[in-house]
Design a protein around this ligand. Structure first.
Ligand code: SF4
Length: 420
């Protein structure tokens, strides 16, 4: 039993928020849960909803790395929450394993495409490999089926892509070549080799007093992998990952129903109702949506029971304007936030043109969106009322071109996309 939250084991270097190492926020701890292979049974989903209500603020967030996190957990509840997560099979044995199992799996995998089997083999190999100690805290993989472009925007040090009948392609973003492995075993070996290379360089950089960095940045600086890094049986090929955008909510043929939640936030009650409705399981996605596995359009009774038609909680219409906005936690949930963000994003959503995206960030860190948006509003300091800088086609840390108060934005939302 974990009467008090345990300390991370000594081999964990760097720091990455998770269940074992929660992040302190303005409304309590944020406890991120990384379900095995990105999947929750109905019973696990129900228990998570109960735990969010019992130990947290009754709110769960779907993250861009296909995790789910509980907000507002009191520090003295953390140990009890870990116990409960462990009882549901939702807690890694230690922080090291939780960190190493950082793999975003294409949630639209098919039964016979080998994605799930490769993910399982890779995760087992990662946690067993002691040469990976010292890996940068956020080092991670993505594993794409190659049938759609929804994984192109997922941050990963190593992207693995199903390559038709040719096997698997491994690539590091920004590098001019990729490596093709013609079987899953070689793919796992190659993935481990890349991770070991990154771990070795990170250890060396730390010893020299430098920041460990990420693999794409390291390779951009050093230019090449060290010799011996990769198995000899790999073939060099051009990098490729389909990039036609994230899937929309709706029916996914043979798989189930993809549903989004406004700003990726699900209330404990809405999740509990979904979990109790007779569904089998849920897949987490990096698009802040859930795939309700096995559901079919003919399952009208389950759909009704699940409450998926309740638009306050769920988004099923691909034209829903709320899909065009995102926002970080903002104030008061985040201690760094200079203004509230979420209500403003939802208020402005109907005014975001089709094909555009608005991100509202509580500070220039921009931690809730790694991609440029058509317009990014960044809260700025020094005013009596909340004021936002506007950046166009940029990230939150970009130089802003104008300052607008939250009130003027709400009163004149047309200003936002002027001249774009
Ligand atoms: S972007 Fe800033 S305000 Fe928003 S969640 Fe991150 S640190 Fe907090």
């Amino acid at each position: 039993m974990f009467a008090t939250p345990p300390s991370p084991p000594p081999q964990t270097q760097g720091w990455c928020p998770g269940a074992w190492q929660p992040m302190a926020s303005g409304d309590g701890l944020v406890v991120r849960v990384r379900p095995p292979l990105g999947r929750l049974s109905a019973a696990q989903a129900l228990r998570l909803a109960e735990l969010a209500a019992q130990h947290g603020a009754g709110l769960l967030e779907l993250t861009s790395r296909a995790n789910i996190q509980l907000r507002g957990v009191a520090p003295d509840q953390h140990g009890a929450l870990l116990d409960a997560l462990a009882a549901q099979g939702l807690l890694d044995p230690d922080a090291r394993q939780e960190q190493l199992r950082n793999l975003v799996i294409d949630p639209l995998y098919q039964p016979a495409d080998g994605v799930l089997a490769l993910a399982e083999a890779l995760q087992q190999a990662l946690v067993a490999d002691t040469a990976l100690d010292g890996l940068p805290a956020k080092f991670g993989f993505s594993l794409a089926s190659g049938r759609h472009g929804g994984l192109a925007e997922v941050a990963a040090d190593v992207q693995i892509v199903r390559d038709g009948t040719q096997g698997w392609r491994l690539q590091v973003p920004g590098q001019p070549i990729a490596w093709q492995a013609d079987n899953p075993s070689l793919t796992v070996q190659a993935a481990l080799a890349l991770a070991r290379c990154c771990a070795a360089q990170a250890r060396a950089r730390r010893a020299a007093g430098e920041h460990p960095g990420r693999l794409p940045q390291m390779l951009r600086q050093t230019g090449v992998l060290p010799p011996l890094a990769l198995p000899a049986d790999l073939r060099e090929v051009p990098p490729y990952l389909p990039a036609d955008g994230s899937p929309n909510p709706g029916w996914q043929s043979g798989l189930g129903l993809l549903v989004a939640a406004p700003l990726g936030r699900v209330t404990a009650d809405a999740l509990a109702r979904l979990a109790r409705s007779g569904i089998r399981s849920l897949r987490l996605t990096p698009w802040r949506m859930l795939l309700v596995e096995g559901l079919a359009p003919s399952d009208s009774a389950v759909l009704e029971e699940a409450g998926l038609g309740h638009s306050d909680h769920w988004i099923r219409d691909p034209q829903d304007a709320r899909l065009r906005v995102s926002a970080c936690s903002g104030a008061p949930g985040c201690r760094q936030a200079l203004a509230p963000t979420q209500d403003l994003a939802l208020a402005l959503a109907p005014h975001v043109p089709d094909g555009a995206h608005l991100h509202v960030s509580g500070c220039a860190k921009g931690c809730a969106r790694q991609l440029p948006s058509t317009v990014t509003l960044v809260a700025q300091a020094g005013e009596q009322e909340p004021v936002f800088g506007r950046a166009r086609h940029a990230l939150a840390r970009a130089v802003t071109d104008s300052r607008l108060s939250a009130r003027s934005l709400r009163d004149n939302p047309g200003l936002l996309f002027e001249e774009i």
